[in-house]
Design a protein around this ligand. Structure first.
Ligand SMILES: Nc1ncnc2c1ncn2[C@@H]1O[C@H](COP(=O)(O)OP(=O)(O)OP(=O)(O)O)[C@@H](O)[C@H]1O
Length: 251
């Protein structure tokens, strides 16, 4: 579990996160939703330590991130898998080399063991036979799978995904969402996904927090979200004509 405790984050005199507290649960896909500019990416980066927060705390399984010494932070980083916007693959490396990269960086395993682990991850995301291809030779959806395989290479306890569906068509987006959801269950990870895609919310939203102008305005599950009386959340959900129609049809 990851806990955010009253997180504030400012850039100069601009306060972007205004006191966010929540719990991201283990074995669940936790979604952070909100319109563009609401602070989702700043929150995600703050949670993994890419931004220093202005005040508050972050607890990883009850260990305060701010109180950790450098050695503990380094160990924690190896327990964190990250999936960035785009896929951030290395163009000059093959699929297998991309997936092996964190193992090359963080383990002292021999080549055979690293290849075995990389291939396990590649097979897990159903990319058998793509090992020797370069990113430019595979589709956007396949690149995203490679990025997922790389993110789980070190068998992380925590998985962070920033807009995993950006640039993908709706069908491929569903496949990627389902893959993230499946591996979360399979490896019992605490997964946090930033998204403004309502299809993702309805597909994999087990625990959702809604951010509006740097504040958490609501949290709940996909089953609750349509019954919430909150103007900002309704504006966010029903910005999509499809979801507006669904609501009208359900009375
Ligand atoms: N390094 C920074 N310096 C100053 N302001 C920043 C910085 N990073 C983000 N911001 C500001 O913080 C606010 C929230 O940005 P953030 O990227 O978290 O939004 P978001 O909800 O992730 O949006 P999107 O869905 O478009 O990615 C924006 O006003 C942005 O300009």
């Amino acid at each position: 579990m990851i806990e955010a405790i009253d997180i504030h984050k400012s850039f100069d005199d601009k306060e972007v996160l205004k006191g966010i507290s929540t719990k991201f649960e283990k074995g669940k896909t936790n979604l952070i939703i909100g319109q563009s500019g609401s602070g989702k990416t700043v929150l995600l980066k703050s949670l993994v330590g890419l931004h220093d927060i202005t005040s508050g705390d972050i607890r990883y399984d009850d260990n305060s991130f701010l109180s950790m010494d450098n050695a503990s932070k380094k160990r924690l980083r190896q327990d964190i898998g990250m999936l960035f916007q785009g896929s951030a693959l290395f163009d000059s490396l093959t699929v297998e080399e991309n997936v092996r990269f964190p193992l090359d960086m963080f383990t002292d395993w021999n080549l055979e063991k690293k290849r075995e682990r990389a291939n396990f991850c590649i097979n897990r995301v159903k990319l058998e036979n793509a090992n020797h291809k370069f990113p430019s030779e595979i589709s956007g959806g396949m690149q995203k799978r490679v990025a997922i395989a790389r993110a789980i290479a070190l068998n992380p306890k925590y998985l962070f995904c920033d807009e995993p569906n950006s640039g993908l068509d709706p069908r491929t987006s569903i496949v990627i969402d389902e893959l993230i959801h499946e591996i979360t269950k399979e490896f019992d990870m605490t997964t946090i996904v930033n998204t403004h895609d309502m299809n993702s919310v309805m597909g994999i939203g087990e625990n959702i927090i809604f951010i509006y102008e740097g504040r958490k305005l609501w949290e709940g599950t996909k089953d609750d979200i349509f019954h919430v009386q909150n103007k900002e959340l309704e504006d966010f959900i029903f910005a999509s004509k499809l979801f507006k129609k669904i609501k009208e049809n359900n009375g």
